[in-house]
Each structure stands twice: as structure tokens, then as C-alpha cells.
Design a protein around this ligand. Structure first.
Ligand SMILES: [Zn+2]
Length: 219
């Protein structure tokens, strides 16, 4: 499943890394956006956790309602889906495995085998298949899995495909971690920019200006 290539070369794999970035926000390099929505996002590997001013982290996948909003914003779930905590948990777990793969790629380390297994498991789910079941009255019959489970597994497969495409695609060499602490997102480097968002860029510039002033005051 192709997540989100959109001709501008910057929206690669819009889904994978992002799993939960701010909908519609300031993303631009869509790299690891694990979701498939906002394909222009700047944040590559943030997958749902957003660092707020002051350093707190907001997890957009932290609750079933939050995860549902994130999936809807990324075109991965209908507005009336009823996610459960187990669904949100599955998304959070996949996010961590994708982040582990992004980290290994950025650092040039061996890809963790358990992360590969998890992404491959998500990739190979076939949500369209109706299962063979047995019931005392009906006997053998086929039926779809729980609709919400299908939605979530479809989303997991789409996000995993985005991540896999990103990690093996031509943009993989541009993957980098956001240089604006305490942000922990990944992005696709674009020229000299090495932060995931305007907000992180502003924070980095403000921190540099503050450091300069502090040094000037000391001399
Ligand atoms: Zn950032």
C-alpha cells in the first residue's frame, strides 16, 4: 500500500513517521509520518507524540478518542469508528517499533529484529479477508472480523507500508532527528533545515539568541 507519495518529493511516506502529529499543522517533510494524512508534514518520525512549549509531551494517540481523531485526520478511519483502548495501544506500539527503525537508520545501526517483525506483521495483515468461523447454530461460516479491528488493522498496514517505503526509498538518506531539543521527531532534511517544524525552528533560534545574550552579559 502506498501511503502518500505526492509528486513534490517532500511528502514521502506521509504516514509512517507521524502517527499522531498535530493534524494539519506545520509538517513538511512527511517522512516517517505514520498515517497517510497530512502528507506535507514537516515531522518525519513523530508518530503522534508532540513536544509542547515547556517540554511536556502530548501523545495524540494517548486515548482511544485521540487516536480516532488522528486516524480520521489522516484519512485512515471513518468519523464514526469507535476505537477501543486496545486499538490505540496497537497504534502506539507500532509507533515505537517504527521509531526504533528510524533511529537505527539515522544512526547507521543494525535494524532491530523485533522491530522488523512488528512492522512486517502489520504489513502482512489482510484486513479484507473474512475469516472462517464455526458456530453451534450456523456451523462453518465466514464473517468479517470486528469492523473496528478491520479499520485499525488497515491503518496499521498503511502506516507500516509508509514506514517501509520511507526507510528503503530515495529519501532515506535525508532522514534525521529534529535538532531542536527536547523534540524527538524525525524529519527529512531539506537544505540546511534540521528541525521538524516552524515551531521547533523558532525554539532553536530563540535558544541560540538566549545563549548569545547570556554570554554577552557575562563578558
Ligand atoms: Zn522538532
Amino acid at each position: 500500500m502506498q501511503g502518500g507519495r505526492r509528486g513534490d518529493g517532500d511528502g514521502a511516506a506521509a504516514g509512517a513517521g507521524q502517527l499522531g502529529g498535530p493534524p494539519g499543522g506545520e509538517r513538511a517533510g512527511g517522512a516517517a509520518e505514520a498515517g497517510g494524512g497530512a502528507r506535507r508534514g514537516e515531522g518525519a518520525g513523530h508518530l503522534g507524540a508532540v513536544t509542547l512549549p515547556g517540554g511536556q509531551v502530548a501523545d495524540l494517540l494517548g486515548t482511544p478518542a485521540g487516536a480516532h481523531r488522528w486516524l480520521v485526520a489522516h484519512g485512515l478511519a471513518p468519523a464514526d469508528a469507535a476505537l477501543r483502548e486496545t486499538c490505540a495501544e496497537r497504534l502506539r506500539v507500532l509507533r515505537e517499533w517504527i521509531r526504533a527503525l528510524l533511529a537505527s537508520r539515522v544512526d547507521g545501526r543494525t535494524a532491530p529484529a523485533d522491530a522488523l517483525d512488528a512492522v512486517n506483521d502489520a504489513l502482512t495483515r489482510a484486513p479484507a479477508a473474512s475469516l472462517l468461523l464455526w458456530h453451534p447454530d450456523r456451523g462453518l461460516h465466514r464473517a468479517a472480523a470486528h469492523p473496528t479491528t478491520q479499520i485499525v488493522e488497515h491503518a496499521l498496514a498503511a502506516l507500516a507500508a509508509d514506514a517501509a517505503d520511507l526507510l528503503t526509498g530515495p529519501d532515506a538518506d535525508r532522514l534525521t532527528a529534529c535538532g531542536s531539543a527536547p523534540c524527538n521527531r524525525y524529519l527529512l532534511r531539506h537544505g540546511r533545515r534540521h528541525w521538524c517544524s516552524t515551531r521547533c525552528g523558532d525554539r532553536a533560534r530563540a535558544a541560540r539568541a538566549y545563549a548569545r545574550r547570556t554570554r554577552a552579559d557575562e563578558t
